[in-house]
Write a protein that binds this ligand. Structure first.
Ligand code: ATP
Ligand code: MG
Length: 284
């Protein structure tokens, strides 16, 4: 469980320095997949850095499974719990051979050889790179490199995985494969996931959507209910609506009413035709 209690943060203590985060209070439950969205500079990466004690709040508290991130005695326990994946996998890959790269962090923990081997296989299996364990890391594609970076973190057996724009450098297919992997990590490995993204279609995979604006959390709740608030509301945050919701909202403005359950179903684009046909029939 992740808890933000009236969290504010600024990078400088100088008087008048701006707040990167302002009075944020929210929870992310164990096993939940939370997606964080917001314009450039809205505070998403700052929020992520508060999760593993890279930063501590200027005011308020962050708790990870009840542990206060600002207490020195908790830092190492929290860092073992919270794994990080960034935009550019090149910055996270340290080994020249796939399996050695994944073994690097567990080796540093001083784990026995058999445990290291077990974790490397577990992590490579999870990300679908087990068949490439003896590959040179330099020969992997961008999408495979990002999956390798995720394997490196999974080998640490984290309870929480934080991904800060992990698909920003990938093409559509690479992005889809990472999103499928994130869902698998949540559903099968039961890891709590915090995903920061600019791709609004991907915002729909969350159990919870968090929208930041100028350091304030303007929304924290079900993704469909955010998009139900309409195009004008969403564009205020410099965000683009996922196609299905844009269509529903435009039709809504023209008088075709959609119920909340239509918005819930619309997170699956395959349902869109049936949803619209149903609403048009009702409008007649
Ligand atoms: N190391 C730093 N020193 C000073 N100010 C910083 C630092 N890092 C971020 N900031 C400021 O804090 C605010 C929030 O930045 P942050 O990186 O958290 O935004 P973000 O939502 O992740 O943006 P992006 O979408 O561009 O990644 C911005 O105004 C930014 O300029
Ligand atoms: Mg960022």
């Amino acid at each position: 469980m992740i808890e933000f209690k009236n969290v504010s943060f600024r990078y400088s203590n100088e008087e008048g320095a701006p707040y990167a985060l302002a009075d944020i209070s929210l929870n992310i439950s164990r096993g939940e997949l939370a997606v964080v969205v917001g314009a450039n500079g809205s505070g998403k990466s700052t929020m992520a850095r508060l999760l593993n004690c890279l930063l501590v709040p200027t005011a308020g508290k962050v708790f990870i499974d009840g542990m206060d991130t600002s207490a020195d005695e908790n830092i190492w326990k929290i860092r073992k719990k919270v794994g990080f994946v960034f935009q550019n996998p090149e910055n996270q890959i340290v080994g020249t051979v796939v399996e050695n790269d994944v073994a690097f962090a567990p080796e540093n923990l001083g784990l026995p050889e058999s445990e290291i081997e077990e974790r490397v296989s577990y992590a490579l299996e999870a990300v679908g790179l087990i068949g490439r364990r003896e590959f040179m890391t330099a020969h992997l594609s961008g999408g495979q490199k990002q999956r390798l970076a995720i394997a490196g973190v999974l080998a640490m057996k984290p309870d929480i995985l934080v991904l800060d724009e992990p698909t920003a450098m990938l093409d559509a297919r690479g992005r889809d494969s990472i999103i499928r992997l994130i869902l698998k990590i949540k559903n099968e490995l039961k890891i709590t996931v915090v995903l920061i993204t600019h791709f609004m279609e991907n915002a729909l995979i969350g159990d919870k959507l968090i929208c930041l604006e100028d350091g304030f959390a303007r929304y924290a709740g079900a993704p469909h209910a955010f998009f139900m608030k309409g195009g004008e509301f969403i564009s205020k945050f410099n965000l683009k609506q996922p196609f299905a919701y844009e269509l529903l909202n435009i039709l809504g403005e023209r008088g075709i009413r959609f119920a909340e359950r239509d918005y819930i179903r619309a997170s699956d684009p395959a349902q869109l035709g049936a949803i619209i046909m149903g609403a048009v029939k009702n409008a007649r």
